[in-house]
Design a protein around this ligand. Sequence first.
Ligand code: PMP
Length: 348
Amino acid sequence: MGDWRKNIRQVVPYTPGEQPKRTNLIKLNTNENPYPPSKKVQEIINQIDNWRLYPDPAAGKLVHALAEYHGLGDDQVFVGVGSDDVLAMSFMTFFNSEKPIFFPDITYSFYDVWADLFRIPYETKALDQEFNIRKEDYMQPNGGVIFPNPNAPTGVLVDLDFIEDIIQANQDVIVIVDEAYIDFGGVSAKSLLKKYENLLVVQTYSKSRALAGLRIGYAMGNPELIKALNDVKYSFNSYTMNQPSIAIGAAVLEDEDYFQETIKKIVETREWFKSEMRELGFSFADSKSNFLFVTHKTVPAKAIFEAAKENDIFVRYFDKPRIDNYLRITIGTEEEMKSFLAFLKKFL
Ligand code: PMP
């Protein structure tokens, strides 16, 4: 028997939230948008007739539409297959120091997976008791910095001054702000791109644009960073973006009214849901995202998670230190949240 196993890369993969096969349930476990995407999706999909051909490797149409939308140059936008793809490429491209990269201890649980996969040394920095990022922790020598804003799964938002202080203290490395949930009540750090050439801002179509199924994410940064990302991408897979993603991704940006309307509904539901949850004895840091990260004063989170599931309501539970008594609940439609509250009232 040979020793071939020693040549296999060993990784512990990221575990995404469950996607149950059944449809007649309330799904509040993966931060999807409860509303359908823009009607442009159907319109465009019927117009696509060049399936036979490879897509534009540069995804030029989508890049251009995003650049216009955000007031940037085409050379300041990189697109990928969901922000997971963009983030993975960014880890590979920008985190190449022998010094550890820094990110919060409670954060998107893909970061440590990518760091392990690409053999990037990392150090996590503990959030404070209220789940706030402690700025000073990021002001020591490091190989790069990444954090989501708002943070996930906590929902806690920091302001632009806070981000600017972190960037200023980290001029020799790349600082990545993962804005997967920024549209639900935050201000994007994209305005800081004019001032800082080492900043990369990453966004996604999966949450606020209700297109998790299409898989579109993008990064905004200075042309040198974007070129570096493209060089890595073209060294890996030229055609990451398929025809529908390019065409639909560009078209839905024109439907701004619908986009704003959907966000408004989710934010209103979130604020109402917060007060209902407080009344039921839950506490949580104030969330500016499309989910709430809650703990109950007496009832264990895991028990609620399991009972909810039995009642066909899926929420997210992380069996991890410091957060194993918390639930992350996606904000669904008002109706869905009412059903969830009715379940809670009975169960508690
Ligand atoms: N960043 C954060 C903080 C997330 O929660 C998610 C969703 N799992 C992503 C990035 C990736 O989302 P997507 O690949 O769908 O753009």
